[in-house]
Design a protein around this ligand. Structure first.
Ligand SMILES: [Fe+2]
Ligand SMILES: [Fe+2]
Length: 198
């Protein structure tokens, strides 16, 4: 399947409700804009805009799946499920989404698949590409929370700082809910802070 924007949108429309579909499109718009800005500021990055568009459109492919479907597919595709994901299967929509778009849509590109896999928890190994999807998901234009406007502005001027703020927000959210904090989010935080100090 040739995965152009129109084909992906057609597939997404079949499996996503209106709100999620709108979020997918808005995340893509934001991700492309962040990537174009980063390419202008640092041409050596050479971020592939086409791949950014595909990864961002597909990032929540499995978001609407039920908990049991997520666990079933994770087992089917032999993904490593950790304790945190078993207790909160919603976290699996990243890794399961990556596995499903690989098997069902034939997406073989490792860069795209890794960004989809890591977009929820974050990870210490996030590339700039991964971070674009990670940040865009959190600040797309339909998102509405305290600080979102500020992070949108900072994402343009100081992308590394925006990455830190997004991870910080995610951690706050989990702490407020007194929920389990995934170790990958902690490692993403530590990696982002180390990178800022470099
Ligand atoms: Fe997601
Ligand atoms: Fe999302």
């Amino acid at each position: 399947m040739d995965l152009c924007r129109d084909v992906i949108l057609k597939e997404l429309r079949k499996i996503q409700g209106r709100e999620l579909f709108t979020h997918s499109k808005a995340t893509s718009q934001m991700a492309v804009s962040l990537a174009e800005n980063l390419n202008i500021k640092n041409p050596s990055l050479k971020i592939d805009i086409k791949k950014v568009e595909i990864a961002s459109l597909l990032h929540d492919w499995a978001k609407g799946f039920s908990k049991s479907k997520l666990i079933g597919l994770a087992k089917k595709y032999k993904l490593n499920i950790d304790d945190f994901e078993l207790k909160n299967p919603g976290l699996l929509h990243g890794p399961v989404g990556a596995a499903v778009v690989e098997k069902k849509l034939g997406v073989k590109d490792r860069v795209i698949l890794k960004a989809i896999k890591n977009h929820t928890t974050g990870d210490s190994s996030m590339s700039v590409f991964d971070k674009i999807i990670f940040v865009a998901d959190h600040i797309e234009m339909n998102r509405d929370y305290r600080m979102v406007e500020e992070i949108r502005g900072i994402a343009v001027d100081d992308f590394k700082q925006a990455v830190i703020m997004v991870i910080e927000n995610k951690i706050f959210y989990v702490l407020q809910k007194r929920a389990l904090l995934h170790p990958k989010t902690i490692s993403a935080w530590n990696a982002a802070i180390k990178e800022q100090r470099r």
